[in-house]
Design a protein around this ligand. Sequence first.
Ligand SMILES: Nc1nc2c(ncn2[C@@H]2O[C@H](COP(=O)(O)OP(=O)(O)OP(=O)(O)O)[C@@H](O)[C@H]2O)c(=O)[nH]1
Ligand SMILES: [Mg+2]
Ligand SMILES: [Zn+2]
Length: 316
Amino acid sequence: MLGVVYKSTGSWYTVKATDGKFYECKIKGKFRIQGIKSTNPIAVGDNVVFEVEHIGDETVGIISEIADRKNYIVRKSVNLSKQTHIIAANLDQVFLMVTLNNPPTSTSFIDRFLVTSEAYHIPAILLFNKIDTYTEDELVEVKYMAALYREIGYTCLGISAITGKNVEEVKEMMKGKTSMFSGHSGVGKSTLINAIDQNLDLKTAEISQQHLQGQHTTTFAEMFDMDFGARIIDTPGIKGFGIVDMEKNEIGDYFPEFFKLKRDCKFNNCLHLDEPQCAVKEALEKDEVSWSRYRSYVQMVTGEEENYRIDIHHKK
Ligand SMILES: Nc1nc2c(ncn2[C@@H]2O[C@H](COP(=O)(O)OP(=O)(O)OP(=O)(O)O)[C@@H](O)[C@H]2O)c(=O)[nH]1
Ligand SMILES: [Mg+2]
Ligand SMILES: [Zn+2]
């Protein structure tokens, strides 16, 4: 049988077969040892082949094959720098949910996320959530950030999953597509999905007032079919976003505004660091390139991402 993985809990996979039914599946043993560096060989969104077996009165699917992926999003795994964790596969787009505070989302985190989505050629959209909670000063800051990323070419939208502000626009962008929702714990991913589909009742939880961070309420990635013809993937909050398998000299290409300038750099292998006649640094001096973006870039190229490897799905 053929199907698509809708949920993965590590050892069990919920697969929706072409007949529309859901099957609880396991992986055929040898799958795990095929030299895949990932901690999870199969992820939500994967197309798989499976056989149904009846063990007693239980029906279990055994996954024997996985189809080639159109794309996937990975992050580095906890404490195992060589290993990666595939968050989801075969995506049309990713929504990164951002909040200014409660919890805070740094531009460096946003930039790492965007670099990853550029590297995998997955369109990214920034949703600035909880705009119902911001003071006027904070709204100015959100607008500034949105303008910065819009200028680079990313779609940005201020929303409120609680009041419903601009939620219709989000739905509009999702139509006919498979979308993943990502962001720190507590930014409101599950709340937004509940607002998009009133039939869903995903678990959400308040921010810890002590740490101003989410409580890692969603623990597994899961895909849902929407009645307006869209598929949505809720994911657990991520802490950091270590960039995976990237050469120093390709990172700049995943900053679209740097990439555009690159041909004007004196050296065609310019890293935009200390090289003379670097078009990126010249643009930076003229404020045509953002300092926060450049700072994120330098962190990534000089390997300061070491700090970001601790990338934990906290257990409660
Ligand atoms: N005021 C306000 N609160 C919101 C909004 N969106 C979400 N929240 C609240 O933020 C808290 C966290 O929301 P969740 O939906 O659980 O966050 P999450 O991103 O799914 O978090 P994890 O599953 O832990 O990754 C809840 O108390 C929500 O009610 C919003 O637009 N405005
Ligand atoms: Mg959640
Ligand atoms: Zn340069």
